[in-house]
Design a protein around this ligand. Structure first.
Ligand code: 4AD
Ligand code: MG
Length: 480
């Protein structure tokens, strides 16, 4: 008798079938005639009801079927007596594969706060909420690969360890095998990195973009999808020190082609989840409704989760330049509502999350593609516009999230790229391999990076980025 997944019972195992389930007890209700065990195996949000007759299943076995215990149950699929599910399992035998001492097991059949569950991240995937989140996360990761594969893009695995800092922001984690308390020194007293493993300084990658550009200038259309690392202040609900990024890079695309692809891609991912994760999204939507009950009416969202996802998937994103956005922010009335109080902005300043939220949530009420930022606030590799002040940058802002995508058309002109790097003190000699793409067979090309966790947050409605990655890495948090 092979194990059957709960997800497949309805379609593949009609009334009368004999099946074996394996899974974890969520709850047990008993009276002297019968016990009802709600079993979950993670394949689907709904628990499956096991009915155990004390005349068939020994009392000492039933006693061990407590919340969290792992069971192997063999029995017959019978029509369900209660409402809610079409069938249930009439147990013929139950084997307790792993007990869970009810005095010690931290998950009880009640609502736990997300903060509490973060403390027990090693067990939280056993809850409905996290089961739903990680099934949706999986579906989105699969959809990323499907989208690009269907379009003929190639998946490139870029290095995790590198010597370059693609964003030039100096927020890298160092990688070294040197004894940091007592490192080898050169004659002038400085640390002798020649004796380090890579015979030079190395760090964890902040982005696969630069290597992605090398690949795009060979295979035309590529994408990366891997972990990236930033030692920035990640004590917010939108930042992690370790996050996953999807970075497509395309030869022969200009800034507009880039924005078209990004918008189409985001809508595809949302539609994929809407089609393939209905039950989980419905559950997450109800979870949010529950959570919102405790908020003041004016802070509740205007749309339900699924409605919001459909709205974003079906409507054109707004496209405006940074300069237009600044004009809107200047015209807006500050202090109208407390949450949007810092509105006056001057051209040249980077947008704060309040500004982004105002544009997306209050002014347009739609996703916004913001283009052509001042070059001073963007990375060295972005293509300079004719005005000499702005670059062909693109940020996509989402409601409730803020920046979800950052990208640009790249500077493909050797002289302009080199002079920009020199202005920013980026060592051009160390970047010789990157500059070779401009030296040999350069061409206009573009790309962007989607923060995968922010996308999972948007689709699941989870408010804190720590709740959409299994083991979040944030300041002070790397135990497991
Ligand atoms: O805007 P960023 O820094 O862009 C790049 O890294 C480019 N190299 C991408 C490219 O053009 N190929 O990061 C891209 C996205 C952001 O829009 C955001 O969604 C996400 O990555 N992101 C983070 N997500 C979680 N935690 C952090 N600390 C993040 N930093 C950026
Ligand atoms: Mg950015």
């Amino acid at each position: 008798n092979k194990r059957v997944k709960i997800k497949t019972i309805l379609d593949q195992h009609p009334i009368g079938s004999e099946i074996t389930l394996m899974g974890w007890v969520r709850t047990k209700r008993s009276n002297k005639n019968v016990s009802f065990i709600a079993l979950n195996d993670g394949s689907i949000i709904t628990n499956y009801q096991v009915v155990a007759d004390p005349n068939v299943i020994a009392e000492d076995v039933l006693k061990k079927c407590t919340t969290g215990a792992c069971l192997k149950v063999t029995g017959t699929v019978v029509e369900s007596q209660g409402a809610g599910q079409a069938s249930e399992l009439n147990a013929k035998s139950i084997e307790v594969l792993g007990e869970a001492d009810p005095e010690k097991y931290p998950l009880q059949p009640k609502k736990h706060s997300l903060e509490f569950l973060r403390e027990i991240a090693h067990l939280r995937m056993r809850t409905n909420t996290f089961g739903a989140v990680f099934r949706v996360r999986h579906a989105l990761a699969f959809a990323v690969n499907k989208y690009f594969n269907d379009k003929g893009f190639f998946y490139i695995h870029t290095p995790i360890i590198t010597a370059s800092d693609a964003e030039g922001a100096g927020e890298t984690f160092k990688v070294t095998t040197l004894d940091i308390a007592n490192p080898p020194r050169s004659e002038d007293g400085s640390v002798d990195f020649k004796q380090d493993f890579f015979e030079r300084e190395a760090n964890l990658t902040v982005s696969g973009q630069l290597e992605g550009e090398l690949a795009a200038l060979a295979l035309s259309e590529i994408y990366t999808f891997g972990p990236t690392f930033r030692a920035e202040n990640s004590n917010t609900t939108r930042h992690l020190a370790e996050f996953w990024m999807i970075e497509p890079e395309m030869a022969f695309y200009d800034a507009e082609d880039n924005a078209d692809l990004a918008e189409d891609f985001l809508k595809y991912l949302i539609n994929y989840a809407l089609t393939n994760c209905q039950e989980d999204l419905k559950f997450l939507e109800n979870r949010l409704l529950d959570e919102e009950k405790s908020k003041p009416v004016d802070q509740r969202s205007e749309m339900r989760l699924i409605e919001k996802l459909k709205f974003v998937a079906e409507n054109d994103f707004v496209r405006i330049t940074y300069t237009e956005a600044i004009e809107i922010l200047k015209r807006s009335k500050p202090n109208q509502k407390k949450k949007f109080q810092f509105l006056i902005e001057e051209w040249g300043a980077d947008l704060q999350s309040e500004h982004e939220r105002y544009l997306v949530e209050k002014h347009f009420k739609k996703p916004v593609i913001l283009t052509d930022y001042p070059k001073e606030i963007k990375s060295f590799y972005m293509r300079q516009n004719e005005d000499g002040k702005t670059v062909a940058a693109m940020d996509i802002l989402f409601p409730g999230i803020g920046e979800i995508i950052g990208g640009s058309q790249r500077e493909e002109r050797m002289e302009l790229l080199v002079s920009r790097m020199e202005e920013l003190n980026i060592p051009t000699d160390e970047m010789w391999w990157f500059l070779d793409t401009r030296r040999f067979g350069s061409t206009p090309h573009s790309g962007f990076g989607l923060g995968f966790e922010r996308m999972v947050q948007f689709v699941t409605g989870m408010g804190n980025i720590r709740d959409v990655i299994a083991f979040p890495r944030t300041p002070g948090n790397a135990e497991f």
